[in-house]
Design a protein around this ligand. Structure first.
Ligand SMILES: [Zn+2]
Ligand SMILES: [Zn+2]
Length: 304
């Protein structure tokens, strides 16, 4: 089975505290690496956890609050200094392009590689990237500035062969791959063998959704429906709900309610406020509502 997992590089909200870095994550899909958000210090975190940054060809930035992108220009600059030549695709809010251009203009830097900028749409869900077996969608969140989440969907997985049946029928090897994809086999005598009879049901396709900074809001429930692993911010605990609403953030309880509503497989929470040293209360609050909740921890990979 191909690899599909998420490495947490940072799980802190605005002010880094208790060794927690601001938001950044690496998604590994079948050995392709994707970076989501790039808070200050992301380069150091990549190095710390043994990720070679030149393996990243796609970067997704949710919004332009510093804790989600202040590490980006440094990372782009290092790629230049390290002699990168392959294209780097950057997805983010429209003004991000201007910010980057300005930084490089005044440092008189002409990047050696092609930085391809793709503006995200803060109003509508949109497919922003399609690769073999993987589709990435951005969708609007509700925050103080334009902000999008990202959803990674695995393509249709192939069905495992029923080896016993296939061998009994002596089906030629070149057709086996097609059977796994659901194509029926027609023998020389015209007999049709249904793919469904010669394979086991294909495993469900996996999906990961990243809900960056947001107030709990119905508008993003549809795009994250039935996701296998849901990352949702949980900046505060429920006793700070008023503060969460004012600042367009969520509580651990709200994150759990969202996971419940969208029938997520598992909930991963993060973006903890600097006011909390101990994170166990987040779990205690979320689990009664959504039992399959886990705390994001820096340096840890989470299976999708
Ligand atoms: Zn933030
Ligand atoms: Zn924010």
């Amino acid at each position: 089975m191909s690899r599909f997992e998420v490495l947490i590089l940072g799980n802190s909200s605005a002010t880094p505290m208790y060794g927690r870095h601001p938001t950044s994550q690496v998604v590994n899909f079948n050995e392709r690496l994707f970076l989501i958000d790039c808070g200050e210090g992301t380069q150091m975190q990549l190095f710390r956890y043994g990720i070679r940054s030149n393996r990243i060809n796609h970067i997704f930035i949710s919004h332009l609050h510093g804790d989600h992108y202040l590490g980006l220009v440094g990372l782009l600059s290092s790629q230049h200094l390290m002699g990168r030549t392959s294209d780097l695709h950057l997805f983010g809010p429209t003004p991000l392009k201007e910010i980057i251009d300005l930084q490089f203009k005044y440092s008189d830097t002409q990047l050696r590689y092609n930085l391809v900028f793709h503006p995200t749409n803060p109003k509508l869900a949109e497919v922003i990237l399609e690769l073999p077996m993987l589709k990435v969608t951005s969708f609007p969140l509700q925050h103080r500035v334009d902000c999008t989440g990202f959803r990674f969907d695995e393509g249709k997985r192939s069905a495992p062969l029923n080896v016993q049946k296939v061998e009994q029928l002596n089906i030629p090897a070149p057709y086996l791959k097609l059977l796994k994809k659901g194509v029926d086999y027609v023998a020389d005598d015209g007999t049709v063998y249904q793919a469904a009879d010669l394979t086991f049901p294909a495993p469900c396709s996996r999906s990961y959704a990243f809900c960056s900074d947001t107030k709990m809001w119905d508008g993003y429930l549809k795009p994250i429906q039935n996701v296998s692993l849901l990352y949702h911010e949980a900046t505060f605990l429920a006793d700070m709900e008023d503060r969460a609403t004012q600042t367009f953030h969520s509580t651990a309880l709200q994150a759990a309610q969202v996971a419940n509503k969208v029938k997520a497989g598992q909930l991963l929470i993060g973006h903890y406020s600097a006011r909390y040293k101990d994170l166990q209360p987040f779990l205690l609050e979320a689990k009664p509502v959504f039992n399959n909740t886990i705390l994001s921890e820096q340096g840890k990979w989470f299976l999708v």
